[in-house]
Structure formats: C-alpha cells, structure tokens
Design a protein around this ligand. Sequence first.
Ligand code: ADP
Length: 164
Amino acid sequence: MKKAVYPGSFDPVTFGHLDIIKRASEMFDELIVSVLNNKAKTPLFSVEERVKILKEATKDLPNVKVDSFSGLLINYAAEHDLHIAVRGLRAITDFEYELQIAQTNKKLSHEELDTIFLTTSLEYSYLSSSSVKEIACFGGDISQCVPEFVEKLIHEKYANIDNK
Ligand code: ADP
C-alpha cells in the first residue's frame, strides 16, 4: 500500500491546503494529514481543534486520515512506516525553505524519508494561514480562503479573544 504523510501547522486549514490534500489523496492509497504540535508557535487553534477541523474538512475523502505529532517528522514517519512526505509549494519564497527541510529530513532519516512537492493551484497561490488570520482579526472577509464552517470558527475565536 502506497502511503504518504502531509505534515503542517494547518492553523487554520485553507483552500490551498485542501487542494493539496485532494490531489495527493488521488496519488496514494492512504494520505495521513498530520498536525505538527509546534511548541515554538502560539497557535490560534489547539492541536485538538485543528485535528477536528481537518477531519470535518476531509470527511468526503475516504483515504485521508488525520493525526498529530510532536517532535521530529522523521521519528514520526519511522514509527508509522511512512517514507514519503508531501509538501505544497506556492512561490519561490517557499522553495528555499522547503528544499532545506526536505534535504535535512532525507539526511537525518538516512534516506528513509523523501519529500514530494505539489505546486499550488494558481487560484490559491496567494493563500496562507497567516494572511487568513490577519484578515479575520480585522473583521475582513475570508470566505474565499477557507470552508464556511472554518470561517465561522475563526470569527468565534477572535470574538472570544476580543472579549477577554
Ligand atoms: P508549516 O507551518 O509547516 O509551513 P502550513 O500549515 O503553513 O505549515 O503549510 C503546510 C504545507 O502546505 C507547506 O508545505 C506549505 O507550503 C503548504 N501550503 C500552505 N498554503 C498553501 C497554498 N495556498 N497552496 C499550496 N500549498 C500551500
């Protein structure tokens, strides 16, 4: 069975991520979308919330599983017998960063973990989780960036933060 892992922060998941998930799910028998628990970042949504959101957003894709992990991707991949990581590329600015991570993972895993890149569909090339958060925190329209239920959850989060 051909399996791959799509790791990321997904804080929150956008149509850009969902486009990569759908296309990757057509290339593999099983795709595991795994939320990185990055202690260095203060996320808008907890890991548990992000996992729940991703499960809902991918519920129509039967071969997509959602999970989470902490620490190094290579250790998580080894534990789950995963040898391919999927990452998305938007612009040239993603390339340098992604290339460095991919090469580091390959070296650290003794060639056990390789990375494949899917280039973004043009309509999503401008989209990032951070710009979605920035627009939403000023009350802007994010309906073209994330699914409707995610839009609602983001606005609820900011309403709660504002009330504190
Ligand atoms: P990270 O914090 O690990 O970069 P993200 O959740 O921001 O996690 O992104 C996960 C992956 O999805 C990365 O490979 C990123 O380049 C890719 N990605 C993010 N937004 C888009 C998009 N709009 N189109 C294609 N790929 C994207």
